[in-house]
Design a protein around this ligand. Sequence first.
Ligand SMILES: Cc1cc2nc3c(=O)[nH]c(=O)nc-3n(C[C@H](O)[C@H](O)[C@H](O)COP(=O)(O)O)c2cc1C
Length: 364
Amino acid sequence: MTATNLYSTTPLFNKTLKNRFVLAPLTRGRAGSERVPNQIMGDYYEQRASAGLIITEATHISKEAIGWIDSPGIYNNKQVAGWKAVVDRVHAAQSTIMLQLWHMGRASHSDFHDGDLPLSASAIKIEGDQIHTPYGKKDFEVPREMSIDDIKRTVADYKKAAENAKDAGFDGVEIHAANGYLINQFLDGESNKRTDEYGGSIDNRLRFLKEIVSAIKEVFDAANIGVRISPNGVYNSMGCDDYRELFSELTRYLESEKIGVLHVMDGLAFGFHERGEPMTLGDFRSLFSGKIIGNCGYTFESATSAVATKQADMIAFGRPYITNPDLPQRYKNDWPLTPFDDMSHWYGGGAEGYSDYPAFDNNH
Ligand SMILES: Cc1cc2nc3c(=O)[nH]c(=O)nc-3n(C[C@H](O)[C@H](O)[C@H](O)COP(=O)(O)O)c2cc1C
């Protein structure tokens, strides 16, 4: 019997995924100031339907959730229609697609909110970094601590965004709880110093995520919901001493809710908080029986090994997929990869450096 590899099919969402490659969520800033998915975004995603599963770029659940230039939303009808056109093209190309739901919290700036401060678990700012606003690069600000009303409204925004995603035809949604954005700001004991039922103990810090999961379960089956975490990540001033207990408890909760997909950025390529030993996929595999997606810095070899040893069911590739829309075929045939270290077209602009990377032409 051959070992499971990246080209083995796998069941998900009552479908059979054609392989175990996942297009990692990649913010590319092509949606314009109206934040509506457009033709070139459809081109880009259709080209990358070589992956069995596509996770879209992070997508704002509300206006309050914004904090990036020209990233898409899912809070109005135009955006739903724009996404529907993208989803239809991905489905026609025989792939599967989840929408990543995003609220940036304190990783935003008042320049995006008519002068109102961004929201977070506590009034604690991101240290030592800057943000690109529509008016230039600025220091992060001390956010406004969310009231209970703010929390309830935001949970309702997540639910509405999930309903919109369903209307657009998405197979599922991924709750973005990674990379120091709002949900991560509630989870992390350094950014969350609340003294109410949303702060302090691990149970309390998990409460905001749990309320979001419960709300979205009223829209999608648990099996069609994913959660993305970055237990080792330092980006946006993340990292707390009890991260192992925190992320283990989070995983136990997702298991008890029968959540379908746990997406773990286990690799350290995007920075490590160094609060202890890095968490590995094995830490999650022992607690979670749904699908596990591994990510961050994977090569073809390390991805193949993670799938063969069943540490992960699928592997998400980010940067390699930016320039290689036919990544599974390139690896399979040992065709050369187009280099992906040039960041100049990562964020913003048009088709150039985005939807103009061709599949490999083996006849030349
Ligand atoms: C240009 C760019 C945009 C990204 N946007 C997102 C995003 O919208 N949501 C998210 O969860 N991660 C985002 N990430 C992180 C990637 O999903 C992925 O974790 C990272 O690129 C590491 O995987 P890789 O080594 O395969 O590139 C982004 C990374 C890059 C390079």
